[in-house]
Design a protein around this ligand. Sequence first.
Ligand code: F6P
Length: 658
Amino acid sequence: MNLSPWAVGYFVFVSSLSSSVTANNGNSSNNKGFISRPAFLPKEHTKDIPKTGDFDRMSYAQWTLKCTDVPQFDALEAAAASFRTDDKLHLRNLCNDSARCAGLTAVHMNEGGRRRLHLDYSRQQVTGEVMELLYDLADAVNFHDRREAMRRGALINSTEERAVMHHVLRMPRGYDFSIYGTPINGSSAHYGRAAGRGFQKSEGNVLLQNVHRVQEKIERFSNKVRSGEIRGVTGKRLKNFVCIGIGGSQLGAEFVHEAFRADPRAAKAAQGRTLRFLANVDPVDFYLTTKDLDPAETLIIVASKTFSTAETMLNARTVRKWLDDSLASISIKQADITAKHMIAVSSNPDLCKKFGILEQNVFGFWDWVGGRFSVCSAVGLVPLSLQFSFEVMEEFLAGAHDIDEHFFNAPPRDNIPVILGLLGVWNSTFLGYGTRALLPYAQALRRFPAHIQQVDMESNGKSVALDGTPLLHESGEILFGEPGTNGQHSFYQCLHQGRVVPADFIGFMESQQPFALEKEVANHDELMSNFFAQPDALAYGKTLVDLIQEGVPAPLRQHMVFAGNRPSSSILMTKLDVFAVGQLLALYEHRTAVQGFIWGINSFDQFGVELGKVMAKNVRTQITAARLRGVSVQGFNGSTTSLLELYLNHGKMMEHEE
Ligand code: F6P
């Protein structure tokens, strides 16, 4: 085992504390008001523990280690127990220790220090010792090899036998990716199909050239549409873009679009153009998206990795009819309308062609780009380049690449996504806080929480480890968020006096659109006053003694107590420009991967979304049969049968009543 010497001492210290705590464990509150987690750890660890970095000898069991397999887990359990009971570890006390706080920051700089990404995690329920235990845990589960395997393109999405290489999408021209496929320490394990024949040094660079080739195609196409060289069937310029797609084929691009709208450079590039996203199969979404658009000026982008997602394909057919109804005439054929007004982003070119989309208008990507990690592929680049120009998007890719390099190279103690991921594991697995909030103090990041919600919850909401064995704890966190200060007037009540929800506050030193009334606080300063105040309010709270001193009437005092001790991290960045949006995206993508690596799960598959889809198919078949042929409802349980009958008879009942 790889416990550092002081950690062993700390383990001994906290073990004594934890034994008294376990006695009153059982999902109830202990006398300090903390929620105790039920004890779940098996008494004995069942797997051999590999030497970190010894990839040659790494067996399947070793490769699939999860955090509960290693003794470092016990040390952290014990540490967490002390946080539940020891008042000295209340954030009110921890935050007054300036030496501790100074140690719990990490900074990433660019442009000679003019651009800063500053993480302050001193308001997390951690000490330097706990952080060291978390780094030990990461070592013990071979985190570093797993991250390296991801970087080099090993098939770490083992259930689907795929590599996970969204970082390759942001590598600039001339980048040397010959490390691709190179086994760690000479081992060929986990390099799948390619392992048998070995890799040529050049293969990674060929792969990267293919990425750049697609980017060049996007650049050429978007420039031609923006300049008016490519036009619609009637000869009008195409200045409205509707992107049809759902989940990973929508949320990321939509978040970036929102984030760019007020950025002066991006906004200028978008002048006179409209980009909208159509995701929901609810016909209301189609109506609202298209109602005020001129089809002759509209280009439709169908974004779907599989090109078979039910919602996306029905929306695509609906929009195709909307185009045809308006544009088809004796001289304009339907096939021409589809060819000139519909393009696709997909890994399934055959289905795109079958739909009627011209081969040259299909922008591809690869199976090693997961849907929710696809913003930097053609999924995001096509609609966003049409709206903001490819030039702007290159800057965005550069921001994401900057954080990729930081993630793969910075030592763990300076590595911001690693720190954020480890804190996620600590808060959810050890302290038992299963929900977390993402609170950007930036209106432009309005859709960021929704995107990261998918990235994180679809990736890490799993119940088995890589080897299929059940996890001994819940994985995945429930993630939600709204921009500050709107959230403050909504759910912050619950954060301050209800549940403990670890939060990430994100703020900026400069506004995208600064404004100040004469002799008043600048609007951005007003916003940021809240950014600085809220984390302290959560951490310190307010005691009964404070309230008595303030002269609060006795009957109200208990209602006005804030327990405090609510953890948060503050991320302060220089400005929210195109580059910074790319940085934020990569930061949170990698944070998710870190948590998955520590938990020992596959963060890159999503079988959990399938069951509901299959069942919806049965219902769809039933509804269609009932509507078209009067077939009665059959094959469902009593509840679903009566609900379906109610639904299907609705129109008939109305007719009868008339
Ligand atoms: O249902 C979930 C999901 O498979 C996501 O993972 C994916 O991003 C989304 O559906 C859309 O899939 P596609 O891009 O294939 O249409």
